[in-house]
Design a protein around this ligand. Structure first.
Ligand code: ACO
Length: 322
């Protein structure tokens, strides 16, 4: 049996930090409202001219170094992003060129906040089928570019960043299962409605930026993440107590608390970065994973449950032995 094993992780956050107090000067909000409703106190924002690929490259180099690999070992690149540098080539192809890798497949996956989970699912299948042996899987976003900075209901929630993982074929576990779902009927609750083929309306603001019916998304996220946890445990014939670490998508601390309660897990076993990173969409899970690997909390042999929910709606999970 071939497994794909996490052999290295990396993060990159842009230098500029935007605090809740900074936001108080930009929109009608307060530090207290943002912290109480979301758990966020600050987020990182890409500098002018700094792109998703710039962030992805730095996170990738750190993951490759942590894995003890060189760029010549990488035989597949999958980038999850909602905020690509260009319409095409894909950010994965741009990243491949930056890393001076030539030949292996490189492509983007777009599943908004669930993008990294989808990218892990696809990559795991390609490794198990023998199509790749050492893959770079990245979640990278410059969400700040698709925010309406006059809309207090969305602009306080998101941040920029990139997380990367090197997955290698191994006889030792390994990713044990991946679960991917979507229901496009809910597209209207969370979207950027303008785009290449749809066009943008004359007042660009109306369709080029994130629109969200927050309270409805919140309810769906809590219920759906509860179901994906049950599905993942049942598929692997595991009890709640078998999970050592929950590495959730970092959208809102209240959603994270609800999933931890569902798993009857202490918050000491939940990796939480939302306070410092905000919601970085597809970058949030790999950055949280990297944070807890580098600070020594997550150890080899432990069982990790990663999960996410996002626009689409999309949702999914990865169960892995680290
Ligand atoms: N500062 C101050 N007040 C605000 C702000 C703000 N930044 N934003 C909204 N409010 C006000 C609202 O106008 C409303 O006022 P009203 O009662 O006078 O109408 C009040 O606060 C409450 O608004 P709600 O939207 O009901 O607040 P809620 O408790 O639901 O929190 C939030 C809003 C944080 C957006 C929450 O609904 C949430 O986290 N939703 C889910 C987000 C998410 O998980 N997204 C998923 C993935 S993202 C992706 O895929 C891209």
């Amino acid at each position: 049996m071939i497994y794909s094993r996490i052999v290295g992780t990396g993060t990159y956050l842009p230098e500029k930090v935007l605090t809740n107090h900074d936001l108080e000067a930009m929109v009608d909000t307060t530090d207290q409202w943002i912290r109480e409703r979301t758990g966020i106190s600050k987020r990182h924002i890409a500098a002018d001219g700094e792109t998703t690929c710039d962030l992805a490259e730095k996170a990738s180099r750190r993951a490759i170094e942590a894995a003890g690999k060189s760029v010549s070992d990488i035989d597949l690149i999958v980038v999850a992003t909602t905020t690509p540098d260009q319409v095409f080539p894909s950010t994965a192809c741009l990243l491949q060129s930056r890393l001076d890798i030539h030949g292996p497949a490189a492509f983007d996956v777009q599943a908004v906040c669930t993008g990294f989970i989808y990218a892990m699912g696809v990559t795991d299948s390609l490794i198990k089928s023998g199509s790749a042996r050492c893959a770079l899987v990245v979640g990278a976003e410059t969400f700040s570019r698709i925010l309406n900075w006059q809309d207090r209901t969305t602009c306080v929630l998101f941040g920029d960043g990139a997380g990367a993982v090197v997955l290698e074929a191994s006889e030792e576990p390994g990713i044990r299962s991946t679960h991917m779902h979507a229901d496009g009927a809910y597209a209207g609750l969370l979207q950027v409605s303008g785009g290449v083929s749809n066009g943008y309306d004359e007042l660009r603001e109306a369709t080029a930026f994130v629109e969200m019916r927050g309270a409805e998304v919140f309810k769906m996220a809590v219920n759906t993440l509860g179901r994906i946890v049950d599905e993942t445990l049942a598929y692997n014939d595991l009890e709640k107590s078998d999970i050592d670490w929950l590495i959730p998508h970092q959208a809102n601390i209240r959603i994270i608390h609800a999933t931890a309660r569902k798993l009857r897990m202490s918050m000491d076993q939940v990796v939480v970065t939302v306070g410092e990173h905000g919601n970085t969409s597809s970058a949030s899970v790999p950055m949280a994973l990297d944070t807890a690997v580098r600070d020594g909390r997550i150890k080899r042999g432990e069982t990790l449950l990663m999960e996410a929910f996002g626009g689409g709606f999309t949702w999914g999970s990865v169960l892995a032995t680290y």
